[in-house]
Ligand binder design. Structure first.
Ligand SMILES: C[S@@+](CC[C@H](N)C(=O)[O-])C[C@H]1O[C@@H](n2cnc3c(N)ncnc32)[C@H](O)[C@@H]1O
Length: 280
């Protein structure tokens, strides 16, 4: 746990480092919260912790194994922790590749979740990458003593998730029932600054067509009276899609080079359909 927000996986594009800058955008009171690209869940966990008035939270993602993992964290936490501890004991190179080669559709939900967290904590850089058949193909990482079972964080997340309805859904299906006053945060795969740096989370791509569809969904939710917030890369393509809405710049530390050791600050943008009144 860092900055008081529990976490259970590493996820590309995770929002932990941006949380301080994001706080100004969140509404003071939230009744229902939707997050359709939930990934590691930082923002959802933060809002659940700081907004006890939230009645219902709808988290979704297109990654089936990730969603199964959330369900198991919510509903079967004791067994998950027990099994993770067993995996921690057995962890070595041979065990890693044995678990990685398992066929997911032959596993129970508990096994899928344990495998998902175990591979996430022990693979190279916490990456999630699949081949064209959808099989996880990241090599083992170089950790001396990886934290495989973050018991305290997992238990806290399990409690927080009791208000959650988690599902595998396309982003546009996930918000169909959102109504006036509901708060929605979209954190899609970012539009690439250049195509070679594109982050691939699933075997599906998320490029111009998907970004345009997302902008349509944003506009539709705006018309329906929802509060909508979206983060993305600071690119002309994205800014053009959201012309007429409030666009703010935040600073993120990202890999700025093919050379993984080179990190730097870059601008990213947050788009809202409401005016930010708070000062940081
Ligand atoms: C930028 S990440 C989200 C990061 C996350 N908010 C965090 O803090 O870790 C984007 C997420 O969108 C999901 N995704 C990609 N395409 C999607 C789609 N068409 N519908 C729903 N989710 C999608 C990916 O599986 C990935 O988890």
């Amino acid at each position: 746990m860092s900055n008081g927000i529990p976490s259970f996986i590493k996820w590309a594009g995770g929002k932990k480092q941006l949380l301080e800058q994001f706080k100004q955008f969140f509404p003071d009171k939230i009744e229902n919260y939707y997050e359709s690209f939930v990934g590691g869940g930082t923002i959802g966990f933060y809002l659940l912790k700081t907004h006890p008035e939230i009645k219902k939270i709808y988290l979704s993602d297109i990654n089936k194994e990730l969603v199964t993992t959330y369900k198991v964290v919510k509903n079967d936490i004791n067994n998950l922790i027990n099994l993770l501890k067993q995996y921690k004991e057995k962890h070595n190179k041979e065990f890693y590749y044995k678990i990685r080669s398992q066929e997911v559709n032959k596993l129970s939900e508990l096994q899928i979740a344990t495998r998902f967290i175990y591979l996430n904590k022990t693979c190279f850089n916490g990456l999630y990458r699949v081949n064209s058949k959808g099989q996880f193909n990241v090599p083992i990482g170089d950790y001396k003593n990886p934290t495989i079972c973050q018991e305290e964080d997992l238990r806290e997340i399990s409690k927080l998730l009791q208000k959650d309805d988690i599902s595998v859904k396309q982003f546009y299906d996930a918000v169909k029932k959102a109504k006036k006053g509901d708060f929605i945060y979209f954190d899609p795969p970012y539009y690439p600054l250049n195509r070679s740096s594109f982050t691939k989370y699933t075997k599906e791509q998320f490029l111009e067509k998907e970004q345009e569809k997302l902008a349509e969904v944003f506009k539709d939710l705006d018309k329906r009276g929802c509060k909508v917030m979206l983060s993305n890369s600071d690119t002309e393509f994205i800014k053009n899609l959201y012309r007429g809405y409030y666009i703010s710049v935040v600073k993120a530390t990202r890999m700025i080079n093919c050379n993984a050791t080179k990190r730097g600050k870059i601008n990213e943008i947050v788009i809202t359909n409401y005016l930010i009144q708070k000062k940081i």
